[in-house]
Design a protein around this ligand. Structure first.
Ligand SMILES: Nc1ncnc2c1ncn2[C@@H]1O[C@H](COP(=O)(O)OP(=O)(O)OP(=O)(O)O)[C@@H](O)[C@H]1O
Ligand SMILES: [Mg+2]
Length: 464
């Protein structure tokens, strides 16, 4: 879970430091403000979810601060303390929306309990807003991070299909978590005590794939010095995960179809077939639909595999999950790499939430690992991000070189020509690959394609 962010407001530096040090030590991300006015500014800057504030402060006092804060950000939990409070003050504080009032001097352990309760209260309120569907086996799905609608439907789907023995086809871009989902389906199924066996069809040379899948008998081919069982048999009573199924060659596709249809396989070189009890999950990041149309993938096998189709959304389609993923991976790598990076500042969160993530969750996970190792401690700021994420490309041609002629000229056609030249150059650099060209121009691929259509530009024509 994301580390809770707490702001301490107190004009007395000693108390402030003391409380801040204690809460940091307890694992919260703590920020400080020296009075109510300063606090109101820092709330937005640090995106905090809780405030612990003194009452007696110059400029804007604690009560006024809570009133103002609640009128704009009612969901922020506020805890107030003071040495001088009376009944009237306490009543006013609670009326203004304070969650709790503590009298000074207070015990720090007591403060921590109140902070904890405040955060729980906030979480409950958030939950009732969202009305999450009931996911019974959340614990088993815990390592699949996501709260976006699309992920919640995915969790429901995974739960529903796990107990059936039907074949599942998981599709999605690279790095969206296909293998993770396949694992979860196995773990939630009645086969959980059996083996989960994975085979990446693209990683094994075509001529070896058949024996890898179905096994072989001794002497079946040169090099078959002993009889060996294949992945199907290893997965007997369990689950076989066939990754990158789109890379399987046509002759094997036929053999696979036969096994899926009648549960019997023939090891290479064997005279007899064997029965196996295997649930198959296949995955691919290719468009199998299209491959069926172009006859690169057998239609009958496609239908046999996709009895239950699951589509994983690319990360850019669930960007509200980005902050959650960033913080979860931060916690994970802080622990495994023994670092103490506190978190991402607001600007970094914003930049990364708007980034396209072509490599999806894998790319995000790798970035966080790298940032945690390089930074070691403190808060991650924009300076820590690699250029690619900062959008920090040099603004292409230098505008001061362009001079308006005395006679003037047509702005629209000049801009148009400028754009055409850059697009054609990007296409030339990428060897005609539109995805890469779009990346060079910091455009979405679909935007580039639209522009090409509209402008009737032909990739390959010379940018003049
Ligand atoms: N929702 C998620 N929550 C947490 N981690 C995730 C999530 N999705 C993916 N990951 C992590 O991202 C990495 C890539 O995931 P995975 O290998 O399952 O992707 P994939 O879709 O199979 O990719 P590819 O098509 O490239 O094989 C893994 O380290 C995985 O743990
Ligand atoms: Mg994979």
């Amino acid at each position: 879970m994301e580390t809770p962010r707490i702001l301490i407001a107190d004009d007395d530096k000693k108390t402030r430091d003391f409380v801040a040090a204690f809460l940091s030590y307890k694992g919260y991300l703590v920020f400080q403000a020296f009075d109510g006015q300063d606090a109101l500014q820092k709330i937005e800057l640090h995106d905090v979810q809780m405030v612990v504030t003194d009452i007696m402060m110059p400029r804007v006092n604690g009560l006024e601060f809570i009133r103002q804060l609640k009128s704009v950000r009612p969901e922020i939990v506020t805890i107030a303390y003071s040495a001088f409070a009376n009944f009237e003050m306490t009543a006013n504080l609670l009326k203004a929306g304070a969650f709790f009032y503590m009298e000074k001097p207070f015990n720090l352990e007591e403060l921590q309990i109140v902070v904890q309760r405040g955060l729980e209260h906030q979480a409950l309120q958030r939950k009732s807003f969202r009305s999450r569907p009931c996911i019974k086996n959340r614990a088993l799905l815990e390592n699949i991070i996501g709260e976006h609608e699309k992920m919640l439907s995915l969790f429901e789907m995974v739960e529903k299909v796990a107990s059936s023995d039907s074949t599942v086809l998981i599709q999605g871009e690279s790095g969206t978590g296909k293998e993770l989902v396949a694992h979860a389906i196995h773990d939630l199924s009645n086969r959980a005590t059996g083996n989960f066996v994975a085979l990446n069809c693209a990683a094994i040379p075509d001529e070896l794939l058949e024996s890898e899948l179905f096994g072989h008998v001794k002497g079946a081919f040169t090099g078959a010095v002993a009889t060996r069982i294949g992945r199907f048999e290893m997965a007997d009573k369990g689950t076989l995960f066939l990754d990158e199924i789109g890379d399987m060659k046509a002759n094997l596709q036929v053999k696979l179809l036969r096994v899926l249809q009648n549960g019997e396989l023939e090891p290479v070189g064997a005279a007899k077939s064997k029965k196996v009890d295997v649930r198959t999950i296949a995955a691919t990041n290719q468009n199998l639909d299209q491959m069926v149309v172009s006859k690169a993938f057998r239609e009958d096998l496609y239908y046999r595999l996709s009895v239950i189709p699951i589509m994983l959304p690319p990360l850019r389609e669930r960007s509200s999950d980005i902050a959650l993923l960033l913080n979860s991976f931060l916690a994970k790598f802080n622990k495994s790499k023994q670092r103490q990076v506190q978190g991402f500042d607001k600007q970094v969160l914003e930049i990364l939430s708007n980034y396209e993530w072509p490599g999806n969750v894998r790319e995000l996970e790798n970035l966080v690992e790298c940032l945690v190792i390089l930074k070691g401690s403190g808060l991650l700021t924009i300076q820590d991000l690699p250029d690619k994420y900062r959008g920090g490309r040099p603004a292409a041609p230098r505008s001061e070189q362009i001079v308006l002629p005395d006679s003037g000229f047509c702005l629209n056609s000049a801009v148009e020509e400028f754009e055409n030249r850059l697009i054609l150059q990007a296409l030339q650099k990428s060897g005609g690959n539109k995805k890469e060209a779009a990346e060079l121009l910091n455009l979405k691929r679909t935007t580039l394609i639209e522009k090409l259509k509209k402008k009737r530009l032909v990739p390959g024509s010379t940018p003049v």
